[in-house]
Every structure is written in structure tokens, then in C-alpha cells.
Design a protein. Sequence first.
Length: 468
Amino acid sequence: MRDKIKICFIYLMNAIQAGKIYTGDHPKFREYLNRLYGVVQEILEDRKELVLGIIGGEAAWEDEIFFHLRGKLGLLIDFLEKNGVERIIFQQGLRPEELREFIIFLTRVKRQEKISEQEYFSLHGIQNIRAGKLRTMVRGDSVAAEAEETRTRYASSVQTVSHALNVVLEKEEVDYLDLRFNILGIMEDFVGRHQELLNLVSVKRRDLVTFVHLLNVTLLAMFFGSKLQFAKDDVLDLGIAALYHDVGKLYISLKVIQKESKLSEGEFLQVRNHPLLGARILEGYKDALGILPIVVCYEHHLRHDLSGYPKSPYARKPHLASMMVSICDVYDALALKRSYKKDYPPEKIYELMMLEKGKIFEPQLLDKFFHFMGVWPIGTLIEMSDGRVGIVRAQSEADIDRPSVQILAPENAGEVVDLARQPEVRILRTLNPQADGAGYLPLIGIPEPAAGPEAGEDEAEDDEADLE
């Protein structure tokens, strides 16, 4: 029986992963659902109900805790804990359609609709499944607690990115379903929140800077793709390509990438060859990851005008995905500088990147990117010409220079000002959340950053060099 329970946990994880990735009628979803249903039915032949639980971050059944399954079931446990599920009870008489609706509820409906478990179960005829302690996905009352939870989830996502890249660097097998499930979860948590994350997370550890950058580029690329109305599968494909776009640079000795003094000619050439090296590495994962990561890895420094690298005898414009990732790559490389108190506020990033319109960046794509992001992205702390300080809450489709701003100080806190309707007021400057804006962070539920030594520069150098 213990072996069947282990298999049941694993099949439950696979069904949830497939439920997040595929539609309810997709053959792949039905395949994983049928596996789960089959093993549950086998177990219920000998008992009236099956209770699967999560205790202290471990999978549990009856009096047994499966400590040794944490490695295999980490995704399932994290998902259930995040959604407040402590136990799932399957009862005799379980029907396939009940199981299908339950998985759909867990993976999609629960995040999108304010509907209780009881209401959903009643509407969809789920009579033989119960789930204990299902929380709603409504925001909590404590803004500070929510900020801390976001910070924790972001740190976990950085580790997920690190693992996904190290699997390839160490030439291990890629689990396609796990990868897409993880990327989809990251997208649901953080897409469209780039500036908020810059406010919230200051990376001090040099060894994490690269993975933070790659996570941010992945999020920006998926945000860009979704705003361009790509299908969900295409958005995920773009995210995975963005995740692996710099795998060649990771492969090169960190002593070269993170060297503080000027690179030698040989070291510089080695760095310049990282797109080709990365494409060769990803060629070995073509069956698991597809062609797109190879293409994006090879082309992301090629530039719109083909003046970049690696040099090619064929005058062919880069792939659409490559040009999108290139924009996101440079944008985040410059934005991350602000975490180290360098003077690259959003308005400066906009200015620098627009100077390269038609050269490094495809003109229409660059315009669309800033149309979606705005000059000052949502979450940016700003000072206005009338002396008030606020945070950008929404973009103006008519004018990217004039977003809606929620006032923080010195008076009328909470008031939302639509700058598109107040031409006499303009944004003077951005307040760096790690410097002159730090004192305003508590007003949006984020503690002021602790003083301490700053990390050195590394990841931004290669991408910033494209702008020189």
C-alpha cells in the first residue's frame, strides 16, 4: 500500500502540473488525470476513503510522513501549501469528471474567481472529494505581510531558475513538465511587477545577481508576449527561451564574468563568443526544450541592424523572440543597476534605449515595449513638479509620460492623480528605492533597506556595452 500512496502523490503532482499548463480537454491533461484516477481507484477498492496530507512541509498519509519524497514532491507540496491545502480526501464512488473539476478548481478557477470551495463543488457535482483548509486568493489585510510573502516567493523563484540552468550546465536531463509548470507559476506570481520587485528585492550576493537578472528577463519577456496577445503556450515558450538566453555566459568561468578589472583581449573574446557557446549547449536539449531557446541564445546580441555578434555571412534579421528578449535583457540590465545605487532611473533607461531605436532594437517592438511598460513602470516611486511624492499605479495608453499616480506624501495620501488629465503637473524624477526613495517604502508596506556594503557590478556590463 505504501508504494501505491507514493505513486498517488506523484500522479497528483503531475495532474496539477498538467492542469496548469493545458486546457481541461487537452489530451495531455487527460492522460495525467487518468493515471491519477486509476491509482486512486485501486486504493479505494480496500478502503472507504483516502486521505493525503501535508504536515510541516512533508507529504503524509495516516501516521506516516514521507520525508524521503521531499525531493520528488517539492513542487506539489509548495503548490498545496501556497494555496492553503493541508489535506485532500478521496472517497469511494469517485467519478473521473469529479477529479477533473477538482484539479481545474485548484489550478485555475481558484486563482481567478472569488468563489468558495463549497460553491464550486456544489455547482460541478463534486461529491466524493473534500479538501481541508482551502484559503481564498484574496489579498490579506496586512500590506507588510504581503510584501514579505512576495519577497519569499521571489527568492524561491530565483532558486528555481538557478536549478533549471544548472541542470543544463551539468548536462543532466530536463524534466519538461516540471520546467513549464515552474515557469507558469512564476508568470502567475510576478509578470507585470518588474518595478515592484526592484523596490522590494535588493540583491547583495554576487553569486545570485546573474540568476536574478535571468529571472527578471524571463518575466519581462512573458509580460511583453502576453501584452502582444501571444497564446499561453507561446508565452511559456518565450519565457523558457529568455531563461536560457545567457547559458553560454554562465558556462564561462565566473572569474571572467565577475572580474572587476578590465578584461584582457582573450577574456573579452571569450565573453563575446558566449551566444555561440550557449547555442551549442542547448543543441543537446533540442528534444526537451525545442528550437526557440537555441535561436534566441544565438541571436540575442545580433542587433536589429546586424552589427552585433556573433558575425554571420547571412544577412537575416533576428527572430521576433530574439528581438523581444534583447529589449528585455538590456532593460533589466540597466534597471538592476538601481539596486546598487547607480543612476539609471526609468526615464534614463527610456532615453538610452530610444537612442538605439532602429540600431540595436527593432523600432516597432521598442515602441510597443514602452507603450506597455511606460516611461515610469507601475510601482515606480516618483517626485512631481508640485512637490508631492507618489507611486505609479497605472499607465496611460494615450501618453506614456503621464501615468496615474497614488499620492504618498506630504498630504492627501491615498489620492490617485491621473496626470493625463492634469497637464500642469509633471513627473520631475524617480526616487531610487535603495537611496532617496527608501524613506517612502514603509508607506507602501516595505521596510526601509538596511545599510550595508553593496555588491559589485557584473551582469549588466555585457548588456550595457551594447548601448555604448
